[in-house]
Unconditional design. Structure first.
Lengths: 185, 185
DNA sequence: TGGGTCATGTAACCTGTTACATGATTAG
DNA sequence: CTAATCATGTAACAGGTTACATGACCCA
């Protein structure tokens, strides 16, 4: 996944690993976490596969850099990956923990859901910042059709956050209902 | 995550690896995928940590089995994990692909969102089956407080699916809007 | 003089994926 | 007779996490 994400970014234009990292932080990181070290490792993998090539550029006053470009076979691989519509493996750590929270007492659980509803999980920097970053890059990419899909992922994040809040409220209501039943015994 | 999920299941009562696997398929697998082989590997890890113990039971007519039990330190570890409310790493493969779908043409993308909206992603066996499994195990666990959290995860799945459908419809509308603009040129 | 930016990684470890392996009993 | 159920794994590889490493420039 990450490998193809990086390939997708390089498809917008040539970049250094450092630039990939900074764009990644403002875009893909909203739905995929990765450390800098992993990005550099994946870049080596992409080069080994022949999907990207690199050009060493000496600089004075700042570190030398490696400019990376997608190759023809890299573009082909990106398209192949995009066309593959199989379902993806689910992985929601939040639910894994929720599932077993019956071990903890109701007050702790209510506090948990309250804090979850309050803290934005998808855009820690806020929706506006995410949208601003998307607009900034849309101008660079210069293709409104491509930028639209960036926006779609931001829309998803917003809708997800709203849904999460509703779910939290519902869980809190049901937990409070249980508490009442108990005190009525 | 998986390690602690297995620990949580063993906290309901003693089980064999095989039983963990079957319960897993009807519960945790809705938000976490894992192969049988990984479950057995994690079980070895749990035993190495001293969080579970095993008892070999010889059987005639069917394979011998290993009955697993959570230990005191295992229960402690489970609680420690549950109390740790740090945010989790996000990982939404669906959005990774969506982000770059601008490479494909609008018709393909509309078809993609249509199929996504139609096919239930969280409960491939249907909501009713998931709920039935939860009820069945609730009777076994015999603790309505714990069963409530199982239900919460199913509620989440339902709300997520509805949200996903709305998102798909919205994306389709915007893509169609773009097509109109083009044909009006 | 201290922190942020630019710029690159290595190493060890842990977790997830894919493929393979075995074999008896029981229900249709 | 054949498929499902019970019951256990190993091996190799791919991908993600954590910790560590270097160093010059520029701005406050």
């Amino acid at each position: 996944m990450l490998k193809h994400g990086i390939l997708g970014l390089l498809n917008y234009g040539d970049m250094t690993g450092y630039e990939i990292m900074t764009i990644f932080r403002e875009s893909l990181s909203h739905f995929w976490t990765a450390q800098t070290s992993q990005i550099y490792r994946e870049l080596q993998g992409l080069e080994n596969e022949g999907w990207i090539t690199s050009k060493h550029v000496a600089q004075t006053g700042r570190p030398d850099k490696k400019i990376l470009s997608i190759t023809g076979s890299g573009k082909q691989e990106l398209d192949r990956w995009l066309e593959d519509d199989r379902q993806f493996n689910v992985r929601l750590p939040l639910l894994m923990k929720t599932f077993f929270r019956g071990e903890l007492d109701a007050d702790k659980n209510i506090a948990f859901f309250r804090s979850l509803a309050k803290n934005p999980s998808v855009f820690p920097g806020g929706y506006a910042a995410a949208q601003a970053a998307a607009d900034r890059y849309a101008a660079i990419i210069g293709d409104s059709g491509k930028a639209l899909f960036w926006k779609f992922t931001i829309d998803f994040g917003l809708m997800y956050e709203k849904m999460l809040q509703q779910w939290c409220e519902r869980c809190i209501r049901e937990l409070k209902g249980m508490q009442h039943e108990h005190s009525a015994d």
